[in-house]
Design a protein around this ligand. Structure first.
Ligand code: NAD
Length: 416
């Protein structure tokens, strides 16, 4: 298949050339890495967003890296910081350096945690706030682990791509929470696909079809902002809808296998079962997309939240010589990917392993998902360039516990 060209080379040719030149995976001057390795014995990590995945990512980071200590926590809510601090004190006493002065709460907590001398920021908040936090972490010269997706709208993707180019030039490391990229079975299989095991890839199908993860009731007297954040899997500006929030994992595998991003998408979807009220917000519950990649390769994508129905979370590639699930030709062993991604980040920082900067790549996967949503919501074909330039203005400019954040309307492509 034809691959996306970058400065006269395909991405894969560029990676290979960089490796030959003595640089690691995506190529960066080794002097800047050595400079950053000075703290290797005592890398300090801070967690922004002490929810279930953020706290899990922190535990995974400490589990995989005995040379890392956690010294700071930050969240909108004090009980989240307290719960995470308690659990770290119990489970990771040897790696715990959190004191009262390094626990930050509220909307400016991200600024305060970035003023500490952490080396690594773990960004575990939500897609609406991630662009602002990642840009600030780049400005503060921190290495970054960030959960996915990186944004709920194109403006956030653009902010992150701009910031990540600078971050990478400066030799900082960045790993994103699309853990399949650190899963041995996927890495082995996709290498075999790239080496021709199934011939030229002509098509893929990628699915995240499961049930609705959760909904939460509003607490008595709770502000709109607090409720939007706590019940985040119901509001498009907060999470990006299920295609962005969850299906990004499978779309990221498609971009990885095809070594490209799509050129356009033709999509549909809707909302067939969710009650029309605030608790269930403005999200759809199913999407079907036909993505076109370079050389007319097509990726068929399905994502849905339907309880009690057939489920499938997988990625398949179809080639001129055969087909494979994208994790089927690999060794299923190795360290759990959720831990491995943090080992890879730390070794990238210390120089003991290959250099990782996944910022731009995962931002592209985020936009891949967003353009599918844009096409489905509008009923129009959406090109990559249109999506990249789009100004959707979903995320409110001002975040405040005092303001009102009305829900919806639920998108409908047909004018009725
Ligand atoms: N990689 C994976 O497999 C995986 C799995 C689960 C979740 N996730 C991702 O992790 C993210 C968090 O999910 P979760 O389930 O932990 O949600 P959660 O609600 O449990 O945690 C989010 C936390 O961020 C905090 N937060 C929100 N806005 C903030 C702000 N402006 N400043 C500071 N803190 C803020 C919230 O108070 C909350 O504690 C989501 O983007 C989700 O997609 C990834």
């Amino acid at each position: 298949m034809k691959q996306e060209k970058s400065k006269g080379m395909t991405r894969r040719e560029f990676a290979r050339a960089s490796a030959v030149a003595g640089l690691a995976a995506v190529g960066v001057a080794s002097s800047s890495r050595t400079a950053r390795a000075a703290n290797a014995d005592t890398l300090k990590v801070g967690l922004l967003g002490c929810g279930s995945r953020g706290s899990g990512a922190l535990r995974d980071c400490l589990t995989g890296n005995k040379n890392v200590r956690v010294i700071a926590l930050a969240d909108l809510f004090d009980y989240k910081v307290k719960d995470t601090r308690d659990s770290i004190e119990k489970a990771f006493a040897d790696q715990n350096g959190i004191d009262d002065g390094h626990c930050f709460v509220g909307l400016d907590a991200y600024k305060q945690i970035l003023e500490t001398d952490i080396d690594i920021l773990i960004e575990g908040t939500l897609p609406y706030s991630r662009p602002k936090h990642i840009v600030a972490a780049v400005e503060a010269k921190k290495h970054i682990f960030s959960e996915k997706p990186f944004a709920s709208e194109p403006a956030g993707v653009r902010m992150i791509i701009d910031a990540c180019r600078k971050h990478k030039e400066q030799g900082f490391s960045f790993v994103g929470g699309t853990q399949r990229r650190h899963n041995k079975a996927y890495i082995d299989t996709i290498k075999k696909i790239h080496d021709g095991a199934i011939g030229d890839v002509a098509a893929m199908r990628v699915y995240w079809c499961g049930g609705l993860p959760f909904t939460r009731d509003r607490n008595p007297g709770e502000s709109d902002f607090s409720y939007r954040i706590r019940n985040w899997y119901a509001y498009c500006w907060v999470c990006g809808d299920n295609i962005v929030e969850q299906h990004i994992h499978n779309l990221d595998v498609a971009n990885w296998v095809l070594d490209a991003h799509p050129t356009q998408v033709f999509a549909s979807g809707g909302r067939i079962w969710k009650p029309r009220n605030e608790k269930y917000g403005d999200l759809w519950d199913h999407f079907s997309c036909d993505y076109t990649y370079p050389n007319d390769v097509h990726v068929f994508s399905f994502s849905r939240h339907w309880d009690g129905c057939a489920g499938d979370v997988s990625e398949w590639a179809y080639g001129s010589k055969g087909k494979s699930k994208c994790c089927d030709m690999g060794d299923g062993g190795g360290t759990r990917d959720y831990v491995q991604e943090h080992i890879d980040l730390v070794k990238s920082i210390t120089g003991e392993g290959p250099y990782y900067h996944e910022g731009e790549r995962i931002a592209e996967s985020t936009l891949t998902a967003i353009m599918g949503r844009m096409s489905a919501y509008t009923g129009k074909v959406v090109t990559w360039d249109e999506a990249m330039k789009a100004d959707l203005s979903l995320v409110p400019e001002e975040w405040s516990f005092e303001k009102e954040y009305p829900v919806g309307p639920i998108p409908c492509p047909v004018q009725v």
